[in-house]
Ligand binder design. Sequence first.
Ligand code: 0X9
Ligand code: ZN
Length: 319
Amino acid sequence: DFPSGYTAYHNYAETVAELNQTVRDHADLVKLQSIGKSHEGRDIWALKISNSPATDQAKPEVLFTCNQHAREHLTVEMCLHIIKRYTDNYASNATIKNLVDSREIWVLPIVNPDGKEYDIASGSFRAWRKNRQGPGTDPNRNWGYQWGCCGGSSGSTSSETYRGPSAFSAPETQRVRDFVNSRVVGGVQQIKTHIDWHTYSELILWPYGYTYNDTAPGLDATQQSAFSTLGRQMASRNGYTPQQSSDLYITDGSVNDWMWFQHKIWSYTFEMYPKTSSGTSGFYPRDTQIGPQTTRNDTAVELFLQYSDCVPRIINRTC
Ligand code: 0X9
Ligand code: ZN
């Protein structure tokens, strides 16, 4: 489990318990469902927040995913924080109520449960990144758009960025893919926006990751401008650095590129605290950072939800 100094972090069982407690506290606002199992058979949970959670309403849907990478435990706390904020404050905060009333919000707090548990199982951190299928696949190199195209992943099984033997070879990326595909209703993708939470470097990143070009097939100059404008405005709220993903480094088979190309979901990566670090210690901030570093993103997430009906609205375009 988590070592001392980290006990406020949620392991898999504690996260599931927290989700079930949210269901008991806010049965009128949330619905909890498994989207299927990981390689080792753990459920991947999705919590839906809505003012009528059992109903599929005709409202813009928003997706938050956390913990694709095993050791990035702060991201699970971010997803749990979003859940708490948009449920506990619903009755008392008009801004929160308006957002919940006008959206359907999906939160997947642990996309890679096997990797997460492996990272903490011995009582000291293993600095594990990948899933636990064979040598381990990097989930964020396993998505099916431009998979393995461009030197932004590795074909070596021992690599930290091993892309797997084929696109969507990882059960975990399959489950999230199938969930997102299932949100196409009447030929229209209901999910409009997505944030995939990672650590660390304090960045806000947008597609594409596979190419240095600002525009590319499926991403024109107007769309690029909307992506970057919302990215920069969110960054001005949380103090992160906004940039195109490939400006960090080239990645192929990342979730953002697939979400955008395949579904035209406005998909961002947020890299949380800390900004810089040495070795792997940046993945393990003390639990005293959970409060400040999750709250720090509140107004950025609020802005993101506000524009989730139509991101191009931020540059005065219509949808
Ligand atoms: O390399 C990654 O997958 C992410 N960084 S991390 O340190 N958390 O591993 C960055 C992903 C950037 N996203 C895209 N390039 N699309
Ligand atoms: Zn990551």
